[in-house]
Design a protein around this ligand. Sequence first.
Ligand SMILES: [Zn+2]
Length: 238
Amino acid sequence: MSTVYQHSTLAALMGKVLGGSATLAELKEHGDTGIGTFDGLDGEMIMANGEVYYMDGEGTIHHVTDMAKTVPFATVHHASDSSEKVKFRAGNMKEMVSLIDDRELENTFSGVILQGSFAYMKVRSAPKSERPYPSLSEITKTQREFEETNISGTLIGYYSPELYQGTVAAGWHVHFLSDDRTFGGHVLGFDADKLEGDLTIFDNYELHLPIDNKEFREHHVDMDGLKEGVAAAEGSQD
Ligand SMILES: [Zn+2]
């Protein structure tokens, strides 16, 4: 059995529930690999080999050693879970999308850990928000984008089926961390010379809810606005 573990929901983030509600220590009980964001939708989180990295709103990467630091949203898994090797001669976001079609993964939760050298990488990161929290679409307007060329590193990403739209952003959600630990973030686009690594098809999707969090308990999910909101907040991944 392989499990992907998710803390909180995208709908909660869209409902301005941005305060940290799980510690990194708690997350690490469920995986050594993953992605997310920090308290106040503060930057981007990537966990690789059990080590946690934080890309701040200015684009600087920090190695996080304080496992009491909290996250409002994250997805993790154990890299040792059953997986198969995948290889792309050339790689970009479109190929990751075709991976889903080629292997009939449309209705699965899947994850990748892919190493590569990238001719181009474009990421984004948002500065920390303070209460009263703004909406995700407002944050999207202030987040910064960063580009790098000729950089090697690792992509960690998760695919979620359309069926779960709102619980999570359906499709791929991918973060990047450079080998030299100086560049990374939420991936908007890339162009890789070659990509290879592990694909895991999860047969178990574990959703953990922050039931002790007052803001989570009080938020109301606007189902009508959810789909358009997800598209606006997550942006294009082509
Ligand atoms: Zn992200």
